[in-house]
Design a protein around this ligand. Structure first.
Ligand code: HAM
Length: 418
């Protein structure tokens, strides 16, 4: 019969890989609470309107990459392509702003984007995402970046570049948009790709984010947004950079960094690695002071970032994880020992030890081969003689030492490292 395969761009994660994910999640759960973050779990599916209004209709994510299906009433629902919009929806719907002036949430889970799969780019991928809602002050931006760098540092990641920019605010961005559009018009028609030719009119900042090499080269000398920023935005950005300097966090100001989602204002950043190929952006984020009101909520500013877990896992490949060996393997030499072997394994687990039961009755040689493969620290062997005397053989797999002990002392023997 024909085999059924996984959907393209949707990957399995076997225990070895899951351990890397687990390690990232554990690190996040240690670092983020230091800054007052708590976990928020939101649904993986939301009404499509949320993403259109939140992320922006001119973005690749909304135009090309969403997995959408109609519900029974014909209303479109989409698998979340990112976490931010859903967190905002939950925040507004539950009127969290009425209870607290600052809210800090992290979210860990799968996201879905119908992109062309390649190394570091999947259609189902996972993000560790943080959102800080309430403060407009630059300290919040700096703290969040410090927290993200602390998280990446604790994972043992080095050689990452933090790129940072400011996208201005509602007051100063329109002037930049106009000057950028005029500058793009000056390039002449037919030079930019089809998408850029359209976006030049609808949302010219998107042109700076185009991945087509010809467009990238053509816009090399485009005007810098910081040159059109209002004094408040400039002051905000300089203050963020000052805090980063004070904390010894290196960064590069990248004038072309506009990010792929439309909700950003002021500080935006990406963390890039050169060692995992074309998809080198391992984290990205920024401020989004107008997003909550744009989604029907109050005028509450916000800022956040997300790390791509698969990309972090690529960077962590090959770095040693602490060895995790089972404490025991329980083997039975005869079917008459089944009940006793089952009970022994269960009692060891109740005592807090991890291990496996050898389900099949095998010869001593085959049993020991199986026990060796399990990589357990101790093997317990039960045969008819042991059963009759209420004893069990314990073999220390490290030293090879073997002895007969009362079955009731099995857990104590593991504890004593016998
Ligand atoms: P983003 O830059 O679209 O931002 O995604 C954040 C990270 O998710 C990227 O840097 C990358 O590591 C990972 N990522 C994105 N797409 C894929 C993919 N197809 N396969 C594997 N990894 C991927 C956001 O999603 C914003 N919501 C971040 C944010 C939170 N901004 C404010 N708050």
């Amino acid at each position: 019969m024909a085999q059924i395969q996984a959907i393209k761009g949707f990957a399995d994660s076997f225990p070895e890989q899951s351990r890397i994910f687990e390690m990232m999640e554990d690190t996040a759960r240690k670092v983020f609470p230091l800054y007052g973050f708590g976990e928020l779990r939101t649904p993986i599916m939301e009404y499509t309107d949320l993403f259109c209004r939140g992320i922006g209709t001119e973005t690749d994510v909304v135009q090309k990459e969403m997995y959408s299906i109609p519900d029974s009433k014909g209303r479109s629902m989409s698998l979340r392509p990112e976490a931010t919009a859903g967190v905002m929806r939950a925040y507004i719907e539950n009127a969290v702003h009425a209870r607290e002036s600052v809210s800090k949430f992290f979210t860990i889970g799968p996201m879905f984007r119908h992109e062309r799969p390649q190394k570091g780019r999947l259609r189902q991928f996972h993000q560790i995402n943080c959102e800080c809602l309430g403060p407009k002050e630059p300290e919040a931006d700096a703290e969040l970046i410090c927290m993200m760098m602390e998280f990446l540092g604790r994972l043992g990641l080095k050689d990452l570049t933090l790129q940072i920019n400011s996208l201005g605010c509602a007051a100063c961005r329109p002037a930049y948009r106009t000057s950028l559009r005029n500058w793009l018009h000056g390039l002449g028609t037919g030079q930019l790709c089809e998408d850029c030719a359209r976006r030049m009119e609808t949302n010219p900042l998107r042109v700076l984010d185009c991945k087509v090499p010809a467009c990238k080269a053509l816009t090399e000398d485009a005007p810098h947004i910081l040159d059109s920023s209002c004094p408040e935005c400039r002051e905000h950005f300089q203050t963020v950079l000052r805090y980063l300097d004070a904390e010894g966090i290196p960064y590069q100001v990248n004038h072309r960094l506009v990010r792929g989602l439309d909700y950003y204002t002021r500080t935006t950043w990406e963390v890039v690695s050169n060692s995992i190929g074309a998809q080198g952006s391992v984290a990205g984020g920024g401020r989004y002071d107008g997003l909550i009101s744009q989604l029907g909520g109050p005028e509450v500013p916000g800022i956040g970032f997300a790390c791509g877990m698969e990309r972090l896992a690529l960077l962590l490949q090959g770095s040693p994880l602490p060895e995790r060996r089972p404490d025991f393997f329980v083997a039975m030499l005869d079917a008459s020992c089944r009940d006793a072997a089952f009970a022994l394994a269960q009692s060891l687990r109740r005592a807090g030890f991890a291990g496996m039961l050898g389900y099949e009755c095998k010869s001593m040689k085959a049993t020991m081969r199986q026990a060796g493969k399990s990589n357990a620290l101790h093997t317990f062997i039960l045969g008819p003689d042991e059963l009759a005397s209420g004893r069990v053989i314990i073999k220390n797999m490290g030293t090879g030492e073997q002895q007969s002990i009362p079955a009731s002392e099995a857990a104590a023997c593991i504890s004593a490292g016998k």
